[in-house]
Design a protein around this ligand. Structure first.
Ligand SMILES: NC(=O)c1ccc[n+]([C@@H]2O[C@H](COP(=O)([O-])OP(=O)(O)OC[C@H]3O[C@@H](n4cnc5c(N)ncnc54)[C@H](OP(=O)(O)O)[C@@H]3O)[C@@H](O)[C@H]2O)c1
Length: 289
């Protein structure tokens, strides 16, 4: 099995490379005898360059895990054209490469395809309605991939964190060090999700060939404020004062959905669960030591 990973140097891409290498070694056997992971990323592999996607098809992958994206949500709000160029047109190129190679595709999407007005966590088949350019461009990627690729997994995740990544955990700790006090919003709610856990869940998913839409997030959800409190507690910095504020008091370019946690029901039906996010956070801190 030849598996290509786009955005291979990002948080999820790195976790996938580690997980797939380990899993292939552990499983071995006839099916995975010629298994190969092909990591692709900028600057050699630009998903917005159609020539590069022709080259991707020529690599004859059997599966492409498409992680590459413009993930700077505020950057997407400031430059929606670029957001669509990478997240929609780039996905179109990757999907066409899959079509030409006859490969299956895993498209990594986001909780921000939802508007956040729900009163319960979003299920896999709930109606999408993004409210910012990041969510709109990621949803366009979902739609394009579904039109072009027959064997498709759409895997939605939220608030990703990974060792050595640039994420909410690393930002909270850096700001606590720098300012000794924090202000964090209470009215933005989602699921903190640990990249190594998603990578493991994706590995299990692709062995099922059960194509469809999945919400592969760690169990449980919280506000950004509650998340920051838990991060500081686990980092041994519970003494750092955190002032709760609302989104109106925190000016940023993008408008995130208010209540957009995801609920994993389809993966769960296949026996694919992720542990509670607080446990995953403990693992993160152990890896950092
Ligand atoms: N991070 C989150 O909280 C979050 C939440 C929900 C969903 N997701 C989705 O999960 C996926 C992985 O996220 P992540 O946090 O691992 O992202 P990440 O760390 O930002 O990694 C994305 C990777 O894609 C690369 N990339 C950007 N533009 C590209 C292009 N035109 N061609 C090829 N590669 C390109 C980036 O390279 P450079 O670094 O050089 O730009 C980077 O290596 C994305 O699809 C994202 O939309 C993320």
């Amino acid at each position: 099995m030849r598996i290509a990973i786009t955005g291979a140097n990002g948080q999820l891409g790195r976790a996938l490379q580690a997980t797939l290498a380990r899993a292939i070694r552990a499983v071995g056997g006839e099916k995975l005898r010629d298994a190969e992971v092909i990591p692709l990323d900028l600057p050699q592999w630009d998903i917005t360059n159609p020539h590069h996607t022709t080259q991707l098809a020529a690599l004859r992958p059997q599966l492409v895990i498409h992680c590459a994206a413009m993930t700077d949500v505020d950057g997407c709000a400031r430059n929606p054209e670029q957001a669509f160029r990478v997240n929609a047109f780039g996905t179109q190129n990757v999907a066409l490469a899959c079509q030409r190679a006859g490969a299956a595709m895993v498209y990594i999407s986001t909780n921000e395809v939802f508007d956040g007005s729900s009163e319960r966590p979003y299920l896999e088949f709930d109606k999408t309605n993004p409210i910012n350019p990041y969510g709109e461009s990621k949803l366009a990627g979902e739609t394009i991939a579904a039109r072009l690729v027959h064997h498709l997994y759409v895997v939605r995740i939220s608030w990703l964190f990974a060792p050595n990544g640039n994420n909410f955990v690393s930002k909270i700790l850096a700001r606590a060090d720098q300012y000794g006090t924090l202000q964090v919003v209470t009215d933005e709610v989602a699921n903190p999700t640990y990249a190594p856990d998603v990578a493991e869940a994706i590995w299990r998913l692709i062995t099922t060939e059960h194509y469809g839409t999945y919400h592969l997030v760690n169990e449980g959800y919280c506000s950004r404020y509650e998340y920051a409190i838990e991060i500081l507690k686990q980092a041994g910095q519970a003494h750092v004062p955190v002032q709760p504020i609302t989104r109106d008091q925190f000016k940023r370019a993008s408008r995130p959905p208010t209540f957009a946690p995801l609920r994993n029901t389809v993966g769960a039906a296949l026996g694919i669960y992720l542990r509670p996010w607080q446990e995953a956070l403990r693992d993160y801190f152990q890896q950092q030591r």
